[in-house]
Design a binder for this molecule. Structure first.
Ligand code: NDP
Length: 273
């Protein structure tokens, strides 16, 4: 009997991950014969778990917190977008090679432009945070040619490093949270503050009525950042759409088939929820 191709999401913790549900939906919809499981790796045991999965015939993995840098280091080949992101969220195992890719930036762009209906081209964009998630979305943002891109971060040095690193791709300004003194069409929170029910100390003036505020963190409740943005009249969106869209891009990398994400939204997050 033919055996289904195996995929997994690896992280620590991992029990909360919605990726298996998303990929199961994609597989049903596109009639791809795959299985997709959660894999918990010990904090010092990422590589061993990946090797074991490959030895068992695994075809690919999504990689989440805290292993995106380990995956980058373990890859034997990298896509240009993974190299730019400095992190890997998608691994593909083929012909003895470990291909590292990064679909987070594409996922965010699809969610902002197609799902939320906001143009990044010509927009004034504020990116909060300078960690791995922020770095991963800078190149895709610049490729859309925004009118302005500002990065603000608690540790200003890290924001400056990112602006320098991407300086050949486009102009990036850097600011401390408290010194932000203009309004933006799109404000993206790529800090992890929402995970601890906190938010970066940004002034209300960064938001525009009818502008977009997107928090990469997702959950059942609005994060403090999104609550604050809504109070200023911005349209708010959490990171669930980005998660679904990065998953769709990973699915495409593995299977060569583009799933339709819309039915996944209506099943996993019905409009009333
Ligand atoms: P990192 O640990 O690499 O970076 C964390 C960032 O958050 C840093 O810029 C840090 O600032 C900042 N930060 C943390 N706490 C606070 C706080 N209380 N106030 C202000 N700034 C703070 O994490 P990642 O970049 O990998 O991930 C960031 C978030 O994005 C995570 O919550 C992750 O779950 C989410 N994410 C969501 C995805 C999706 O598909 N929806 C995909 C990828 C990530 P400093 O540099 O000063 O320490």
């Amino acid at each position: 009997m033919p055996v289904s191709d195996r995929y997994a999401v690896i992280g620590n913790p991992i029990a909360h991950s919605k990726s298996p549900d998303i990929h199961a939906q994609f597989a049903r919809q596109t009639r791809q014969d795959i299985t997709y499981q959660r894999l918990l790796a010990p904090l010092d045991g990422f590589e061993a778990v990946v090797k074991q999965f490959i030895a068992e015939g695994g075809k690919g993995m999504n990689v989440t917190v805290p292993f995106k840098l380990d995956a980058f280091a373990m890859a034997t080949a990298l896509t240009p977008r993974a190299r730019a992101a400095g992190a890997v969220n998608t691994l593909k195992f083929e012909n003895g090679e470990i291909l590292g890719d990064n679909t987070d930036g594409k996922g965010l762009m699809m969610d902002i432009i197609r799902n939320a209906g906001y143009a990044v081209a010509g927009a004034r964009v504020l990116l909060l945070g300078a960690g791995g998630a922020a770095r991963g979305v800078i190149l895709p943002l610049l490729e859309e040619r925004p009118a302005r891109l500002v990065i603000a971060n608690r540790s200003l040095d890290k924001a400056r490093e990112l602006a320098d690193f991407f300086s050949t791709a486009g102009r990036i300004s850097v600011s401390a949270f408290s010194e932000l003194d203009e309004a933006f069409d799109i404000v993206i929170n790529a800090t992890s503050a929402g995970l601890s029910d906190d938010m970066p100390p940004i002034p209300a003036r960064v938001f525009k009525k009818g502008g977009l505020a997107l928090d990469m963190v997702y959950g059942n409740e609005l994060t403090p950042f999104l609550r604050f943005a809504a109070e200023q009249g911005a349209n708010v969106r959490d990171g669930f759409g980005m998660l679904v869209e990065q998953a769709a891009e990973s699915f495409y990398v593995w299977r060569g088939v583009q799933p339709d994400t819309r039915p996944v939204f209506s099943v996993l997050r019905p409009p009333s929820s």
